[in-house]
Design a protein around this ligand. Structure first.
Ligand SMILES: [Zn+2]
Length: 405
């Protein structure tokens, strides 16, 4: 009850009083903002250059504190600079959806929100958000956990339709959905000053241009900005676009530097090896780490979807993966020692279109990093992917009359 009241207050009043200021982003004052232990819990204090609507709630399994804000500029902020507590184990922050930012704090134990509020300094117009959490027993924590139902904040509610052109009835074009991995609060790998979410978005936009130039192909992106898109929504966007193909793109990092080269993943129930298993684990945790409430999700549904995917589009995905690997190799792209891999990746479970995940290289490898970071290096990889998709489509169209008999 107290929580609900606080949301109302913080959400409503800034709109009324400072609407004109919303054109600019609220900047986080990095020097003053802190997450630190309180006597019996945790204190979160964030100084902002102006007041913004915000809300705060907790999630269970794993225990997290989630704070949503009207967009905040996090420049200069770091995990190490903000986090100074034993009662919190980790935190991350960034863009969550268009116009909104999120901070997620992993809690060491069951701590409940006791108070939350924002104070505005009337002389300089700055604001401070204070959230105090105190220890509770696990049952009370579990009972209080969950995102408050609020259509305005519902990630599925708004913002996306403009991304996707409606499927064109008699259109014979191949619809290729390009899915740039990570984004926003989930940056992916970061090595040598390159962030996976950024470089993969750049790569995806270049791939979109190349596919559009190739003719007979309508490319669609699942995100065009440094924004967080949940896994399931990536597939929803693809479906809405009438996808024939989903290409999920990544450039991950490993602990060691030597592993390099491109590889292509298809869906399986079990990972083919340790590296593939770790890859799947890292990526399917993205939603969780970004503060999505997954407690209502039904594993049976996921299993059924996986079976369907294998039955209907599995063989098509396998052929696509093979064609892309061959074409990348033909284009002279450095390939991984095991370029064809399988893993239980949630983003590949759509039953109604072929899906592959392309690891264009590793940000942890200096040579790959140089290739991925240069326009010429990216162009070579893009050429290979376009070739692979075209060969796969030609083969598919050639097979279609046979299948109909
Ligand atoms: Zn990745």
């Amino acid at each position: 009850m107290i929580r609900a009241l606080l949301f109302l207050i913080v959400l409503l009043w800034p709109f009324a009083t400072t609407a004109q200021e919303f054109s600019g982003l609220a900047r986080l004052d990095v020097a003053q903002s802190q997450v630190r232990d309180a006597e019996d819990g945790l204190d979160v204090t964030l100084y902002l250059s102006q007041p913004v609507p915000f809300r705060v709630f907790t999630l269970d399994d794993p225990r997290r504190l989630v704070m949503d804000f009207r967009e905040v500029d996090w420049r200069g902020a770091s995990r190490a600079g903000l986090l100074n507590a034993d009662n919190a184990t980790d935190l991350r922050f960034g863009a969550f959806r268009p116009g909104w930012s999120r901070l997620v704090i992993d809690l060491a134990g069951p701590t409940l929100i006791e108070t939350a509020g924002m104070e505005v300094d009337e002389t300089d117009g700055t604001a401070v958000v204070r959230v105090r959490l105190s220890r509770a027993d696990p049952d009370r924590f579990a009972a209080a956990a969950g995102a408050p139902p609020d259509p305005d904040w519902d990630i599925h509610a708004t913002d996306r339709p403009s991304l996707v052109a409606p499927p064109d009835g008699g259109d014979d074009d191949l619809v290729v959905v390009i899915d740039p991995g990570h984004g926003g609060i989930d940056p992916g790998a970061v090595r040598g000053g390159i962030k996976e979410a950024d470089i993969i978005l750049q790569f995806s936009i270049e791939l979109e241009e190349a596919l559009a130039r190739a003719g007979g192909i309508r490319p669609v992106l699942t995100r065009r900005a440094d924004i967080f898109v949940p896994l399931e929504e990536r597939m929803t966007i693809a479906r809405a676009a009438g996808a024939d193909v989903l290409l999920s793109l990544h450039a991950d990092a490993l602990d060691e530097e030597v592993t390099r080269g491109a590889s292509v993943y298809t869906l399986t129930g079990e990972a083919s090896d340790g590296a593939s298993a770790r890859m799947a684990e890292r990526h399917d945790r993205g939603d969780l780490l970004s503060g999505l409430d997954l407690s209502g999700q039904d594993d049976t549904v996921a299993t059924v979807l996986m079976d369907l995917a294998r039955l209907e589009t599995g063989p098509q995905s396998l052929r696509l993966a093979d064609q892309v690997v061959t074409a990348l190799d033909d284009a002279g792209v450095a390939m991984n020692s095991r370029p064809r891999r399988t893993a239980p990746l949630a983003v590949l479970t759509a039953p109604d279109f072929a899906s592959v995940l392309i690891e264009i290289g590793f940000l942890s490898n200096p040579q790959d990093r140089e290739v991925i970071g240069s326009p010429a290096g990216r162009a070579r990889i893009i050429g290979g992917i376009v070739q692979g998709v075209q060969r796969w489509d030609a083969e598919r169209r050639a097979r279609a009359p046979l299948l109909r008999q």
